[in-house]
Design a protein around this ligand. Structure first.
Ligand code: AMP
Ligand code: MG
Length: 302
């Protein structure tokens, strides 16, 4: 899936069908596909949870007894970008939901606060990075500063134009520090966004997700697509690749993102750290303690 969904310059989003399902096994044709994909997400999720635990355990062990040969402890950062209703929240719920909350570091980016505006655009992003051993998820990201900032003319063109290089430098710095970046655009169609916005308006339980400004952004659809295409073209690097996930079908979207994460974990060759204590001696101490406490010398009948 990493090979299939990865994009490189020049990125042509119009050539990627948001309803397509690249990589889905041929055998799963027809109506079964949805149920099959949902089952797979649950299975993949269990594997993601195990790998996340290994990442966490390895970082913890390295922290407790740093060695001279230690590389910076690993961390994974999933960057999710999409138009409104693109499915970022749903993807996080479904895919991250399988992992241990203890090792997750999830951050959302909205319009910058007055304090954030007093700093460089990357300031708030640096503060939101996952610590070593964590899986970070960005719900929107520093890419908003070349997307909405560009389309809504929040800053002069010279300012947002300079940001592509700044982003590449920043991401290079991150990968050098042991961060594995997975940047994903959830790619939905104009028609699908329209249907999902209508659903939000029709359902009182979804009004909290709706923002009248969503319609203003929708009116600038083509400008946003162009801004996305340029951001992906300029910032898809070997160190920090961009992936485009067709996202009109939610079940495919979840399956594809779960797969991308699994394959990414696989490149890290994770494992559990070896014990940093003498196992035999610890067993002996435990036994001696049980006997000394006046018990039978057995625990729980073992
Ligand atoms: P939501 O993801 O629906 O909560 O919406 C977050 C909103 O914050 C979106 O309209 C984004 O375009 C906006 N946003 C995020 N980052 C920035 C930024 N750097 N500058 C301006 N608006 C932003
Ligand atoms: Mg929104």
């Amino acid at each position: 899936m990493r090979e299939l969904l990865r994009v490189s310059a020049p990125v042509d989003l119009g050539a990627i069908d948001p309803r397509s399902t690249p990589g889905l096994p041929e055998a799963t044709a027809g109506e079964h596909r949805k149920g099959w994909a949902r089952e797979q997400v649950a299975l993949l999720g269990a594997g993601l949870g195990r790998r996340q635990e290994m990442l966490y355990a390895t970082a913890k062990a390295a922290q407790e007894r740093p060695g001279p040969a230690d590389r910076p402890a690993g961390r994974v950062l999933l960057v999710l970008q999409a138009m409104d209703c693109g499915g970022k929240d749903g993807t996080i719920k479904r895919v991250a939901g399988a992992m241990n909350p203890l090792g997750l570091h999830i951050r959302s980016f909205g319009p910058p606060t007055p304090e954030e505006l007093r700093h460089d655009f990357l300031w708030r992003v640096r503060r939101a990075l996952p610590p070593p051993g964590y899986v970070g998820i960005f719900n929107r990201s520093h890419y908003e500063d070349v997307l909405v900032a560009r389309v809504a003319s929040l800053v002069p063109e010279a300012v947002w134009r300079a940001r592509y290089d700044e982003i590449n430098d920043f991401e290079r710095e991150l990968t050098d520090a042991g961060v594995t970046l997975v940047k994903v655009l959830l790619h939905i169609s104009y028609a699908e966004q329209g249907a999902r916005l209508l659903e939000r308006l029709d359902d009182p339980r979804k009004h909290w997700k709706y923002n009248p400004s969503d319609i203003d952004a929708r009116a600038r659809w083509d400008d946003y697509q162009a801004a996305y295409a340029e951001a992906l073209s300029r910032c898809a690097t070997d160190a920090a690749p961009w992936f485009v996930v067709p996202a009109d079908r939610k079940w495919y979207r979840d399956w594809a993102v779960a797969h991308l994460l699994k394959e990414t974990f696989d490149t890290l060759a994770l494992g559990y750290p070896a014990a940093n204590f003498d196992l035999g001696r610890e067993r002996e101490r435990l036994r001696a303690g049980e006997a000394g406490a006046g018990g039978t010398g057995e625990m729980n009948g073992r």
